[in-house]
Design a protein around this ligand. Structure first.
Ligand SMILES: *Cc1c(COP(=O)(O)O)cnc(C)c1O
Ligand code: SF4
Length: 343
């Protein structure tokens, strides 16, 4: 079997390469602005043009028709005390340690930066580590990027070891799309190295049940066997997963792989992604089709990451119909009302 590095080297990255596979596709203009990388593994999941896998990976001219959205909608840079580190919440930081991804997702919030201007160097990493060391209130460090798993084993382990050596850091999280888009990268060797730094969590990123291939399932199994708790983040994407049955099947499938669906995000307002956006109500509708209808473990928090840097806000969950000093009334998943005493 090919190594993950080799799979990555064989990625489709130029307009000519894509045209050779799909002659009617012309993405020259788009990729001048937003880079393309479709590795052969993820490419092999496409069944036909326009399907949910295709939409996530293959550039679309719509990306260029959307110039009014902000480049950095979440104001990650505004709350950056040092480059590539966002300290927005009191006790945790987001630390970007890689500028590469195993695939460039067309809906990505950081799409203007990944693979181009986002740079994570020895210097920015050292600065980030110094910042964390100097701030004892930080008890949770989220390593992200780009994708941290695109670093070599040695480089990634060095960073994780450094973070783990900081006494006030209680938990470390790695945010990665690799188990979904390049599961071959999750080697036994990598898992053996990472399990030395517990408590270490993974946030993975699956958007469609078809992404849960045998290879992905094995990668998730190796991580779970290494004692790494797995949470998943999904982005609600028009034409990809914006319907109840697809989401339910995704979340149930993740649980079978020992992954807890953690967040469902309303798609961010960022440049070149408007064609993926749904209404906020669409997500509520999907949540209503899931909550109560299947295992509570399969139900993520539906959230929006606020424009301007206010952080994530939960959406929905309006189950309280009325509340008085003596009693309150709630509505259940079947729309039935129940009144209970309180106090
Ligand atoms: C999402 C996020 C976190 C982590 O949030 P949790 O709700 O704890 O998962 C931390 N920092 C930033 C900047 C984030 O965007
Ligand atoms: S893997 Fe994550 S950071 Fe990279 S392009 Fe996809 S969504 Fe963006």
């Amino acid at each position: 079997m090919n190594s993950w590095q080799e799979i990555l080297r064989n990625s489709v990255t130029t307009a000519e390469q894509l045209k050779a596979l799909y002659p009617t596709c012309d993405v020259e203009q788009v990729i001048r602005r937003y880079p393309m990388r479709i590795n052969p593994y993820y490419l092999s999941l496409i069944e036909e043009p326009g399907d949910p896998i295709w939409k996530q990976a293959v550039p679309d001219v719509c990306e260029l028709e959307d110039d009014d959205a902000p480049e950095d909608p979440l104001a990650e840079e505004k709350s950056s005390p040092v480059p590539n580190l966002t300290h927005r919440y009191p006790d945790r930081v987001l630390f970007l340690i890689s500028s590469q991804c195993a695939m460039y997702c067309r809906f990505c919030t950081r799409k203007r930066k990944v693979g181009t201007t986002l740079t994570a160097t020895d210097h920015t990493i050292a600065q980030g580590l110094d910042y964390i060391r100097a701030h004892p209130e930080i008890r949770d460090v989220i390593l992200s990027g780009g994708d941290p798993l695109l670093l070599s084993d040695d480089r990634l382990e060095n960073i994780v070891r450094e973070v783990r050596s900081i006494p006030h850091v209680e938990i470390i999280r790695i945010g990665t799309r690799v188990p979904c888009v390049l599961p071959q990268r999750v080697t036994a060797e990598l898992c053996a190295r990472l399990k030395k730094y517990h408590p270490l969590f993974f946030s993975v990123h699956f958007n469609h049940p078809r992404e849960l291939t045998p290879a992905a399932q094995e990668a998730l199994g190796r991580l779970a066997d290494a004692g790494i708790p797995l949470g998943n983040q999904t982005v609600l994407l028009k034409g990809v997963n914006d319907d109840g049955p697809t989401m339910k099947s995704l979340f149930q499938g993740l649980l079978r792989c020992r992954v807890k669906p953690y967040y469902l995000y309303l798609a961010d307002l960022s440049q070149g992604t408007r064609h993926f956006r749904t209404t906020m109500e669409k997500g509520l509708e999907i949540m209503r089709m899931i909550q109560g209808h299947t295992s509570g473990l399969a139900v993520p928090h539906y959230v929006v990451d606020t424009v301007g840097g206010g952080g994530k806000v939960p959406l929905g969950g309006n189950t309280i119909v009325c509340s008085t000093e003596k009693e309150f009334t709630v509505v259940n998943y079947k729309n039935e009302l129940y009144t209970m005493l309180q106090g």
